[in-house]
Design a protein around this ligand. Structure first.
Ligand code: BG6
Length: 608
């Protein structure tokens, strides 16, 4: 999704262009199809260069490094309202070009505003919703001549979620608003900066103000004032030192962030285990809420949903908790019997900004007293601010759009939670597994070392055949199959359907012809059903590639077995997903694609 970044210095500086470039490069991973840079200069002039296309090309073509000024805004746009062209690129001027602003978000009444502002005589240049935020501010600034009052009125006619930054040419300050989309503020020695993305600020300062929805900020180079956008009252928010290690954002010898982050998994699980061991009171609170609940819904999208599917298996089997995974996008349609105070909505989201999940939370917060728990990778994100309890998966900055280490840490967090909850109920298996969790980092490292070459061979085989494929999973491995299929779709662009293996014979089996590839992550504990499902395919000459600990039953049935190290049944989702991550990565490279920034998709989707 889009990203916006706005910085202010005491006076004009030749460094402004380079600073905006650095800020913009940290927004790339969020996905974009156009970019724009704006500068305000002390003598009241402005610069605005923008357009569709790749960021580095725009930087070069528009000589952004030569931008000078005391204030600057950069925005990377991922098109939702309005096609990716010059007029719809952000930032935007107001009608008479003395205001410049940009947003990240989703103004759902854009069409209506275009009509209204056009009828009111404003110069509406495109169909992008970000431009409507600028005109809404312009409308009331021209009436009230006061930035804070103007923004307070503007938000009353804007429907949807957004984060907005703008400036007036004749006032040495910037205005920023957080209304449902991520926005952080960094307080430096000679500047203050607001941005959608924490990482883009941390390269300049670690002094962070975690803004909250409804915050309206007026800031210059040395001071800031935060107001409640509804009441106008000033709010105090502390400056906190943020210690995330931004070194992680470098490639450190890998060709792509995706490969780097796959290799980081053992270390990140280790760090998470240490964190959870030291914050068990948070887990105690979480378990208390869950144990009292009539219903526990695990609500998520994309990869996080797949983690929720595995997490539901863990909670059911290890803690006797009937947790139900639900896709965020259809929760309100299929679970519209309002949750009660005795229900828990357990949100799983790497970014903590996914709109589909926020669309579940908001009505519940407004209409019910159900409890919200969230499991996220970005503390301070919108979803965490709406949660009673937050579990931090602590995977560090995940730059590659396809989730890998954040998924692994979500799985580990669920395994820790389930075995801890089961231990408190004196369930033997839970206690046994909980005591073995410290072995997982080494198990993951052993897996990476053991399967890397074979994963590459499988990828070559898939690319040579060039067809679509299926990824099947049974029991504990259903979430793994869904996640493996998504990785392949995301970075290799071939269709791969993830499916519960017992369903495959109910129709999809017809797709199998000689050599048709089927990936089958499996646990030996499920051999009875898995062998039956493999045979249904093998007798029709399908090519079944099982991913599992070495197991004679699978050796005989499958065309091939990619063996992961032996481990307990409950650890197999963690080891086998590494094989699927690597297969997807190598297939992407073999196909000449870029696994880090796949076309069309984005790391953080704050749109409906
Ligand atoms: C998609 C990402 O936009 O959002 C996926 O491309 C991700 O990788 C999904 O799994 C859900 O995002 P989040 O932040 O809620 O886990």
């Amino acid at each position: 999704m889009c990203g916006v970044f706005g910085i202010i210095y005491a006076q004009d500086t030749n460094e402004l262009g380079n600073t905006l470039i650095k800020g913009s490069r940290k927004l790339v991973y969020r996905g974009y199809d156009s970019a724009g840079f704006a500068a305000f200069q002390d003598k009241g002039s402005t610069l605005l260069r923008k357009g569709p296309g790749m960021l580095e090309e725009i930087i070069r073509k528009e000589n952004i490094s030569e931008f000078t000024g005391s204030r600057g805004i950069v925005q990377l746009r991922w098109a939702t309202f309005g096609e990716p062209n010059l007029e719809n690129s952000q930032p935007h001027y107001d009608s008479d070009k003395d205001i410049i602003g940009a947003h990240n978000g989703n103004i759902v009444n854009t069409e209506q505003l275009i009509e209204e502002f056009t009828q009111e005589g404003m110069t509406v240049r495109g169909t992008n919703d970000g431009e409507m935020v600028v005109h809404a501010y312009e409308k009331f600034y021209n009436q009230l001549h006061d930035p804070k009052q103007a923004m307070m009125k503007a938000q009353t006619i804007l429907q949807g979620d957004y984060a907005f930054i703008c400036g007036n040419v004749n006032q040495h300050q910037l205005l920023a608003v957080k209304m449902g989309s991520s926005l952080y503020m960094g307080v430096g020695d000679t500047f203050i900066v607001c941005s959608s993305d924490l990482g883009s600020i941390l390269q300049f300062t670690r002094n962070i103000v975690f803004l909250k929805d409804g915050d309206l900020v007026l800031y210059n180079d040395s001071e800031y004032h935060i107001f409640d956008i509804h009441t106008g009252k000033e709010i105090q928010r502390p400056v906190e030192e943020c210690t995330i290690n931004i070194e992680e954002a470098n490639l450190v010898g890998f060709d792509h962030y995706m490969m780097k982050e796959i290799h980081e998994q053992p270390k990140k699980v280790q760090e998470l285990h240490d964190l959870l061991e030291n914050t068990q009171s948070n887990m105690d609170d979480c378990i208390d809420l869950i144990n009292q609940a009539d219903h526990v819904y695990l609500v998520a999208s994309g990869t996080s949903y797949h983690a929720a599917v595995v997490g539901a298996y863990y909670l059911n089997h290890l803690a006797g908790i009937h947790a139900v995974p639900v896709l965020a996008g259809y929760f309100n349609e299929y679970y519209n019997v309002s949750p009660t105070a005795k229900d828990v909505i357990f949100c799983v989201s790497q970014s903590g900004e996914t709109k589909d999940v926020i669309n579940v939370i908001n009505p519940i917060l407004h209409n019910t007293s159900a409890k919200i728990i969230s499991m996220v990778n970005v503390i301070g994100s919108s979803i965490t601010q709406k949660s009673e309890i937050v579990i931090n998966v602590a995977a560090g900055l995940e730059t590659s759009v396809p989730a890998t280490k954040s998924y692994m840490n979500q799985l580990f967090a669920f395994l820790y939670l389930a075995t801890y909850a089961g231990s408190k109920k004196k369930l033997d298996k839970a206690q046994e597994i909980h005591n073995q969790l410290s072995q997982i980092p080494n198990l993951l490292q052993e897996t990476i070392d053991q399967v890397k070459e074979e994963a590459k061979e499988i990828a070559d085989l898939l690319v040579q055949r060039g067809s679509d494929l299926y990824c099947l999973g049974y029991g504990i491995q259903y979430g793994t199959a869904l996640e493996g299929a998504l990785k392949i779709k995301e970075v290799y662009y071939k269709h791969c359907e993830g499916m519960y293996s017992s369903e495959f014979k109910h129709g999809p089996l017809s797709i199998v012809d000689e050599g048709y590839p089927i990936l089958f992550p499996a646990s030996p504990a499920d051999d009875h059903m898995v062998i039956s499902h493999i045979n249904e395919i093998r007798v029709r000459k399908g090519n079944v590639i099982v991913i599992s600990p070495q197991y004679h039953g699978y050796m005989k049935a499958a065309s091939r077995i990619v063996a992961v190290p032996d481990s307990d049944h409950y650890f197999i989702p963690l080891t086998t997903v590494i094989v699927l991550q690597l297969i997807a990565y190598y297939a992407s490279i073999q196909a000449g694609l870029n696994p880090d920034f796949p076309r069309n998709i984005s790391k953080t989707l704050t749109v409906d």
